[in-house]
Design a binder for this molecule. Structure first.
Ligand code: BG6
Ligand code: BG6
Ligand code: GLC
Ligand code: GLC
Length: 917
């Protein structure tokens, strides 16, 4: 009995001594609670740094957005392929996710070796090897020729801008294949797969193993919002609020962030806790100076740390009687599995002895106890460090949610965590100590990260299908070069029909003579009134032209024309106009002044003279009764008479295109074309008199108001009109009319967009499938909103805000789609407009028999002026379709009122008999 006690006492004493010895030797590796709290705080700061736009580039903890936005909701289904590369084992899998709503996942998998020469050789060969394994798997499983989506678990740091792309930032752990860093690993894999004719695989998602693990666990436990790997390497991911992720647009919902915490300390932040063993290990690694936190924690390094410590202790005579074996001197001879075995509860000591003997050593009982304790200190430090970083993440989650207590689940995986007998328990305990206000459940991912990767792929494949539907709709708006050339050709033909007496009556492009024959020559002078009716704004202006200086002074006032007047009776409309003139004269202190007036009237008028214009038909938003077929100058005169307050000398009625051309020609005599891309769309140009069959005389030129808005009214461009154009036309004031205008001008583009959005919503692709009252409201997308939405300078959030202001409750995803729809519609408009313009400049070049034509186009209109891309696309199209014309675009800054006044001045001069000297 006594002897037993004595042995026990002896043993306890021996153990105590050894433990004390090791504790002293490894003093620096034992981290106090205080130190852990400090590390936790440092990691919190690192996360903040990694998330910030300005601080991210220099942050060592990269906090990589993963583009995984939600945890599984059970609606995922389908059959997927999966690759799992980067952990201790490489696997290819087929995952079948149940369709019956029951959470049911079936997997078939196959492991493949990853020889060092493959993972550290040539990058292209690595991906070829991966593709070969995949092809082999598909053959064995009889899956050849089956088209399946693939989720790629790739356990290395990748910078992603979307789910299906990832630029490798650097290799970590055991991998170091050449020429892969800084390239997109998805394209690398896709390229390698192309060599297999029978492989038809779409890589839809690239996920880090932490993300896969989190998703795997979240499939079973919806509270899971963190994924941690403690295996060959170590890392964690968690769900972060979008509003905190500077690097990704949008602020709603959450996105999973791959922290890449393994790199914590790479900037020196952990130098105070790193030991000489850590430094030595680092120097001998594949990536010196990198992944310093990982090297204190993960399975690839733990055994080696132990070996370096034992070696040093042996050298110091503290172990094995100072004897070192050659195995102990050899890098990599102690592995994590040995550390785990040595720390086993019961067999631990026996295992230790066995392992040491295998290393060619002759350990004493005391040596075994000491070695076992070295293992404990090293693996305990690992668990402590992981716990500190994890505690920082949990605290962040709790603070994001503004909760006093957080209930959450952490999905766990990795061989060290799985095979080490004490690791999980220690980790859990320390985490709970560091964050007492979190109730944490640790859930081991039994099936690895692939189940989760399949969930991500399932969502991606649903998104892809939706994307395809959206693309199909927008494809109708993407015009080919041939289609544009065809439009140009048809426009050319229509221009000729309109000019010829025989065909004029049936022509859709009316080619109306304007009786404006000359350009201002700089001698014009005097004070004129001008009216500008038919664009976005109705204006009354006073224009003072100073002769010789080519400068004018203008005063103007904008007046509103209420809808009920635009669409009331003609008398009401003209009375209102005269009322506005009276107000203006009053305002300018010009009551009673008898000034000559130029009337910009932006609708199609048949003119028999400069001061006579019979309205052919209303266009755009006007529909006042009793005007069509009437002379608008007469109507204005009568309204002035009815008021009986003042008299005005109405000298000229001009279309806005003509006014615009004149405004610009005053500055640039080469300006012989006027273009409006605004509420409506139209163009005028200077034509040879001999080509204008409707007007007598062959000398000189006259400006023709083409009224090209009516192009296509005979159905000649129906091949490019879409169902949305038809819907917009049917809902307009003039169905069947102005078809080209309805595809190209501001008043209708927003309506086309609205019709597309309604359709996409019906298909469940937008606004959660709900068509709001607001979306049913005509005219909500005015040109200025389209222009704002498409502005490149605008962040997604701002787009969303505009849509919300318009009463459309849109998510960021919705906003992206809306912006795209706007882009497709406005681009088509600009291209069509460009094709029309190309037809005119080419005609002018041909008519004049020129090899090259140099011409200026005066332009006005809110679409051209406000839209961020319209003018550029228009100009590019003209350049492409009329390569022999050098077309300059001159923006009319002063509106068409100035031009109208100049025309009035010229007309006035013509009216007066030449003064005798
Ligand atoms: C596996 C996952 O279970 O764990 C892998 O499926 C992951 O994706 C691995 O990389 C991590 O552990 P280890 O120990 O294999 O590196
Ligand atoms: C203005 C002109 O600048 O532009 C008007 O003065 C013209 O005459 C108008 O009708 C066209 O643009 P919008 O976009 O106002 O129709
Ligand atoms: C390394 C990789 C990281 C991975 C981890 C666990 O740290 O850089 O991406 O998640 O190992 O496998
Ligand atoms: C409409 C009118 C036309 C005008 C154009 C631009 O197309 O019919 O006359 O020039 O709009 O305002």
């Amino acid at each position: 009995m006594f002897a037993v006690h004595l042995v026990a006492f002896y043993f306890t004493k021996l153990k105590e001594d050894q433990i004390k010895k090791v504790d002293r030797f490894l003093y620096h590796m034992r981290l106090s609670d205080e130190t852990l709290l400090d590390i936790m705080a440092r990691f919190q700061a690192e996360m903040e740094k990694g998330l910030g736009k300005d601080t991210n580039p220099t942050a060592s903890v990269k906090m990589l957005p993963t583009f995984v936005r939600a945890i599984p909701d059970g609606s995922e289904n389908g059959e997927f392929l999966s690759l799992d590369l980067g952990g201790s084992k490489f696997r290819v899998l087929k995952v079948q996710v149940s369709e019956e709503g029951k959470r049911n996942v079936q997997m078939e998998s196959q492991f493949y070796p990853t020889p060092n020469e493959t993972i550290r050789g040539n990058g292209a060969e690595l991906f070829e090897y991966v593709a070969d394994c995949l092809a082999d798997f598909m053959r064995t499983k009889g899956l050849q020729h089956k088209k399946l989506p693939l989720g790629f678990t790739f356990s290395f740091p990748c910078r992603q801008t979307k789910l299906e792309e990832g630029i490798l930032l650097s290799w970590t752990k055991k991998f170091k294949a050449r020429g892969v860093q800084d390239t997109d690993v998805v394209s690398r894999l896709t390229k390698a797969m192309r060599k297999h004719k029978d492989l038809d695989v779409d890589v839809l998602a690239l996920v880090n193993d932490t993300v896969g693990t989190m998703m795997t666990c979240a499939y079973d436990d919806p509270y899971c919002e963190v994924g941690v790997i403690i295996g060959t390497g170590t890392n964690a991911c968690y769900m972060e609020d979008m509003s905190n992720i500077d690097l990704v647009e949008g602020d709603e919902g959450r996105m999973c962030i791959n922290t890449e915490w393994g790199a914590f300390g790479d900037d020196g932040a952990l130098e105070d806790i790193r030991t000489e063993f850590d430094r030595e290990l680092d120097l001998g690694s594949l990536n010196p100076g990198k992944q310093l936190f990982e090297k204190m924690i993960s399975g690839l390094y733990l055994g080696e740390l132990v070996r370096l410590i034992l070696l040093k202790m042996a050298k110091a005579g503290l172990l094995f009687g100072g004897v070192k074996s050659s195995a102990l001197l050899t890098k990599g001879k102690i592995e994590t599995q040995h550390v785990a075995a040595m720390e086993k509860y019961k067999e631990g000591l026996a295992n230790t002895r066995e392992i040491l003997v295998d290393l060619g050593l002759e350990p004493s009982e005391a040596d075994c106890i000491a070695v076992q304790h070295v293992c404990t200190i090293v693996s305990f430090r690992s668990a402590n460090l992981c716990a500190a970083a994890l505690a920082a993440i949990l605290t962040r989650l709790r603070e994001n949610k503004k909760l006093a207590r957080l209930r959450t689940t952490v999905g766990m995986d990795g061989t060290l965590y799985k095979i080490h007998p004490q690791y999980p328990k220690r980790l859990h305990k320390v985490v709970r100590k560091l964050v007492p206000n979190c109730d944490v459940r640790f859930l081991l991912s039994e099936s690895g990260s692939t189940k989760g990767a399949a969930m991500v792929t399932a969502v991606a494949s649903r998104v892809q299908a939706q994307r395809k539907q959206i693309d199909e709709v927008l494809a109708f708006f993407r015009l080919t070069q041939e289609q544009l050339v065809d439009v140009q050709g048809k426009m050319s033909a229509e221009l000729e029909y309109g000019l010829k007496r025989k065909t004029h009556a049936l022509a859709t492009v009316k080619m109306l003579p304007s009786y404006v024959c000359g350009m201002p020559d700089g001698t014009e002078k005097g004070k004129y009134l001008a009216l500008d009716l038919g664009g976005t704004n109705f204006r009354v202006l006073l224009v003072k032209i100073r002769s010789g200086r080519r400068s004018v002074r203008m005063y103007n006032k904008i007046f509103a024309i209420p809808l009920e007047i635009m669409q009331g009776t003609g008398e009401e409309l003209f009375d209102h106009i005269v009322q506005c003139i009276a107000d203006f004269l009053d305002y300018m202190g010009l009551k009673g002044a008898q000034l000559p007036l130029g009337f910009t009237f932006s609708f199609p008028c048949r003119q028999a003279n400069i001061d006579k214009g019979t309205l052919i038909e209303w266009t755009k938003g006007f529909k006042a009764t009793d005007c069509e077929g009437e002379d608008v100058v007469d109507m204005l005169r009568e309204a002035i008479k009815r008021r009986n307050e003042f008299d005005l000398d109405i000298v000229a009625v001009v279309n806005d295109t003509v006014g615009t051309m004149m405004t610009c020609a005053y500055e640039d005599p080469n300006c012989e074309i006027g273009l409006i891309a605004g509420t409506g769309s139209n163009m005028c140009y200077m034509e040879e008199m001999r080509n204008i069959e409707l007007v007598e005389g062959d000398e000189g030129k006259m400006c023709i108001n083409t009224e090209w808005g009516g192009f296509g009214d005979n159905g000649c461009i129906d091949d490019i009109r879409t169902q949305y154009d038809t819907e917009v036309d049917e809902g307009s004031l003039n169905p069947g009319k102005q078809r080209y205008e309805k595809m190209t001008s501001g008043m209708y583009l927003g309506e086309i967009v609205r019709q597309i959005l309604i359709d996409l919503t019906k298909q469940g692709l937008l606004f959660r499938g709900k068509i709001s009252e607001r979306l049913r409201t005509k005219g909500i997308f005015e040109t200025k909103f389209l222009s704002q939405i498409e502005s490149d300078r605008l962040a997604l959030l701002q787009v969303r805000r505009i849509l919300q202001q318009l009463g459309l409750d849109s998510t960021c995803e919705d906003s992206i789609v809306v912006k795209e729809v706007c882009g497709a519609v406005s681009r088509r408009a600009a291209q069509l407009c460009g094709a029309g313009l190309a037809a005119i400049v080419e005609k002018r070049r041909r008519d004049q028999g020129l090899e090259h034509l140099k011409i200026t186009v005066g332009v006005d209109g809110t679409l051209y002026k406000l839209h961020p891309h319209f003018s550029r696309v228009l100009q590019e199209t003209v350049k492409e379709l009329a390569p022999r014309c050098d077309v300059m675009f001159l923006l009319s800054e002063d509106g068409s009122g100035k031009g109208a006044a100049l025309i009035t001045a010229v007309a006035k001069r013509m009216q007066q008999p030449p003064r005798e000297n």
